[in-house]
Design a protein around this ligand. Structure first.
Ligand SMILES: Cc1ncc(C[n+]2csc(CCOP(=O)(O)OP(=O)(O)O)c2C)c(N)n1
Length: 580
C-alpha cells in the first residue's frame, strides 16, 4: 500500500493544523509543493512575495498578531538563504514560524551541486529546531516535531526538504498526531511566592517593569500596582498592553523611552521585572533589589543580578501573589513618579505643537497626527531607524492597537513586509507601515506585492533623504557624516507606477489632509512625506559623562535635547494641552 505524495501530505497537514497560507517565491525544488498548494483549490494560500526575506518577516508578523503558527518557504540555495534575516527577527520576537527550506536532491548533497548550501547548518542559530529530511517516510514525524516545537517554544523551526523527497510518495498515510497549542499554567512554588511577597512587603517604593510577556496579565498587574502603589514602566513591546487606561503609567524605558520609567526604576528599592528580557543594561539600575518573573527560566538573572527569580506565567504568579502581599498606604513615591511622568508627556506634546509650525515638515508632527487620526484598533509596523523613535513617543496604545517592529533583531526594512503579514492576519483592521526611506527602499520590490495581492496596507514614508539614525550615531560619536545620504525619488509617483495610490506631502499644512486621505483610501496607498532630516538633531553641547555606554547615553541625550530646550522656552505659557 502506498500513501499520498509528500507534497500533498504537507499541504493536508498544514491545513489540518490551521495554517492558511505560505509566504514564498516559487522555484525548482519547491515546485512540487507549490503545485500541491495550487491543487488545494484555494484552501491553502500562496502569498507571492518579491523577496523571501519579506516572506519571513510577513510570516513572523502574522504569527505575532494571531499567536499561532505561520509558514514561509524558499527554494534551494539562494531562495531559502534569503529567508534568514526575517527568520532571525521572527525567532527573536518569539513568533511561531515554520520555514520550509527546499534543498537539492539527496543524491547531490555534498557534491557542490548547483545551488547547494546546507540549510540545516545555516539556520541553526535562528531556530529551535532545524533538520534535514532525507527520506519520504521521515517527513510526517519531522513535520510534526517542527510544528510542535515552533508552537511550544514560540520560535522558528526549519524543515529542510530535498527536491526528491518532496516529489516522492509516502509509504502509508503518515503520522497524524494532535498538535498541542494550549499554553500551560506555570506557577512558582509556595515558598518562592512567599519570598516574593516578603520582598514587596519590605519595600517602600516598588516599581513594576513589564514586557510583552506580561501583556496577557494586564489586569492582574494593574491590581498588584494598585495594592502596592507601584508605578508601571514598560519596554517597547510592553507599551501595546500597558500604556492605555493605566493609572500607574510611568512610560517606557530604553534609548527611545519617555516618561518616568527610567527615573522610577532608578529611585526604587525593589524593581519587579515581569515578562521582560529587556536587554539594555545601561537603562537598568545598579544596587537595587530585583525580582524577575518569566516563563522561560533561562532568561532569569541574565541582565541584572536578582534577589529572586521565579519561573512562572506573569498572570498566574501575580494572581497567587496578590493574597500574600499587604496593601500599602503610602502613595508618595507613586505620586512623585506620576507627576514626573505627566510633565515628561506634556513636554513631548509641547514639542510637537512647537515643531508643527515649522518647515520642513517635522516627523514628530506627522507621527502625532497619525496617532490622532488612526483607528483605535490599527496595527502599526515601525521600520528600524528614527521611525521607531517617532512610533515609541507619539503612537499611543489603546488596548486594541498593536505596534510591531524589529525590536529585538533590529533589522531595517521590516515595516512593509510585517504590514503584509499583519494585513493577512487581520484583513479588516487598518495596517499602517511607518517606513523609513532607507528601510522602504531596502525591500522596495515588495511594494508591488501590495498591488499584486490587493492588500489595503497604508505605507507612510518618512522621507528625510538620509539614513537618519546612523547619521545621528555618527554625530554623537564625533565622526563626520559619511555615506548616509539617500538620493531618493518621489515615492508617491513610484507608488502610482506600481498601481498603488500615491500621496505626496511637502508642506506642514498638507499633513493632516494627506494622512486623512491615506487612511480613507480603500486599497493600498503610499503617502510620501518629505520630512526634516535635522529632526531632533544634536543639542548644542553633548557633555561627556562617565557612565557606561557613552554613545548610547549621548544619543538619548540628543534625542531629548531639543525637547528640553523647547520646554524651557514654552513652559510658562503652556498648560492643559488636551488630546482630542
Ligand atoms: C539590515 C540592516 N542594515 C543596517 C542597519 C543599521 N541601521 C540602523 S538604522 C539605519 C538607518 C535607517 O534609515 P532610514 O530607513 O532612512 O530611517 P531614518 O533613521 O532616516 O528614519 C541603519 C543603516 C540595520 N539595523 N539593519
Amino acid at each position: 500500500m502506498s500513501g499520498p505524495k509528500v507534497s500533498d501530505y504537507l499541504v493536508d497537514r498544514l491545513l489540518e493544523i490551521g495554517v492558511e497560507r505560505i509566504y514564498a517565491v516559487v522555484g525548482d525544488s519547491l515546485n512540487p509543493l507549490t503545485d500541491a498548494v495550487r491543487r488545494s483549490d484555494g484552501k491553502l494560500g500562496w502569498v507571492h512575495v518579491r523577496h523571501e526575506e519579506a516572506g519571513a518577516f510577513a510570516a513572523g508578523a502574522e504569527a505575532q498578531i494571531t499567536g499561532t503558527l505561520a509558514v514561509c518557504a524558499g527554494s534551494a540555495g539562494p531562495g531559502n538563504l534569503h529567508l534568514i534575516n526575517g527568520l532571525y527577527d521572527a525567532h527573536g520576537s518569539g513568533a511561531p514560524v515554520l520555514a520550509i527550506a527546499s534543498h537539492v536532491s539527496t543524491t547531490e548533497i555534498g557534491t557542490e551541486f548547483h545551488q547547494e548550501t546546507h540549510p540545516e547548518r545555516l539556520f541553526q542559530e535562528c531556530s529551535h529546531w532545524c533538520e534535514l529530511v532525507s527520506t519520504a517516510d521521515q517527513l510526517p514525524r519531522a513535520l510534526h516535531i517542527a510544528v510542535q516545537t515552533a508552537i511550544a517554544r514560540s520560535g522558528v523551526s526549519v524543515l529542510v526538504l530535498p527536491e526528491d523527497v518532496v516529489a516522492a510518495t509516502l509509504p502509508d498515510d503518515g503520522w497524524r498526531s494532535h498538535v498541542a497549542v494550549a499554553r500551560p499554567v506555570i506557577r512558582p512554588a509556595a515558598a518562592e511566592l512567599a519570598a516574593f511577597a516578603h520582598l514587596i512587603d519590605a519595600s517602600t517604593k516598588p516599581v513594576l517593569f513589564c514586557g510583552a510577556g506580561a501583556g496577557e496579565a494586564r489586569e492582574m498587574v494593574l491590581e498588584l500596582a494598585a495594592r502596592i502603589n507601584a508605578p508601571i514602566g514598560y519596554s517597547f513591546r510592553g507599551k501595546d498592553h500597558f500604556q492605555a487606561g493605566n493609572d500607574f503609567d510611568a512610560g517606557m524605558s530604553g534609548l527611545l523611552g519617555f516618561g518616568a520609567a527610567y527615573q522610577a526604576m532608578h529611585e526604587t528599592d525593589l524593581l519587579v521585572l515581569l515578562g521582560t528580557d529587556f536587554p539594555y543594561r545601561d537603562f537598568l539600575p545598579e544596587g537595587v533589589k530585583v525580582v524577575q518573573v518569566d516563563t522561560r527560566g533561562e532568561r532569569l538573572g541574565r541582565r541584572v543580578p536578582l534577589e529572586l527569580g521565579l519561573i512562572g506565567d506573569v498572570a498566574e504568579t501575580v494572581r497567587a501573589l496578590l493574597p500574600l502581599v499587604a496593601a500599602k498606604q503610602d502613595a508618595t513615591f507613586l505620586e512623585r513618579q506620576r507627576k514626573h511622568h505627566e510633565r515628561q508627556v506634556e513636554k513631548l506634546q509641547v514639542y510637537v505643537d512647537h515643531v508643527a509650525k515649522q518647515h520642513p515638515v517635522h516627523p514628530e508632527y506627522v507621527a502625532d497626527m497619525l496617532d490622532r487620526l488612526a483607528p483605535d484598533d490599527a496595527i502599526f509596523t515601525l521600520d528600524t531607524g528614527m521611525t521607531t523613535v517617532w512610533g515609541a513617543r507619539y503612537l499611543h496604545g489603546s488596548g486594541e492597537r498593536r505596534i510591531l517592529g524589529s525590536f529585538k533583531h533590529g533589522s531595517m526594512a521590516n515595516a512593509l513586509p510585517q504590514a503584509i503579514g499583519a494585513q493577512y492576519a487581520q484583513p479588516d483592521r487598518q495596517v499602517i507601515s511607518m517606513s523609513g526611506d532607507g528601510g522602504l527602499t531596502m525591500l522596495l520590490g515588495d511594494l508591488l506585492t501590495l498591488a499584486q495581492e490587493e492588500l489595503p496596507v497604508k505605507v507612510l514614508v518618512f522621507n528625510n533623504g538620509v539614513l537618519g539614525m546612523v547619521r545621528l550615531e555618527m554625530q554623537v560619536a564625533g565622526l563626520p557624516d559619511f555615506q548616509t545620504e539617500l538620493k531618493n525619488v518621489d515615492f508617491a509617483a513610484l507608488a502610482r507606477a506600481c498601481g498603488i495610490r500615491g500621496i505626496r506631502i511637502e508642506r506642514r499644512d498638507e499633513v493632516e489632509a494627506g494622512i486623512r486621505e491615506m487612511l480613507a483610501t480603500e486599497g493600498p496607498v503610499l503617502c510620501d512625506v518629505a520630512t526634516d532630516p535635522e529632526a531632533l538633531s544634536l543639542p548644542p553641547r553633548v557633555k561627556l559623562t562617565q557612565i557606561r555606554g557613552f554613545a548610547k547615553a549621548a544619543v538619548k541625550k540628543s534625542l531629548n535635547g531639543h525637547i528640553d530646550e523647547v520646554w524651557e522656552q514654552a513652559k510658562s505659557n503652556v498648560r492643559n494641552l488636551p488630546r482630542p
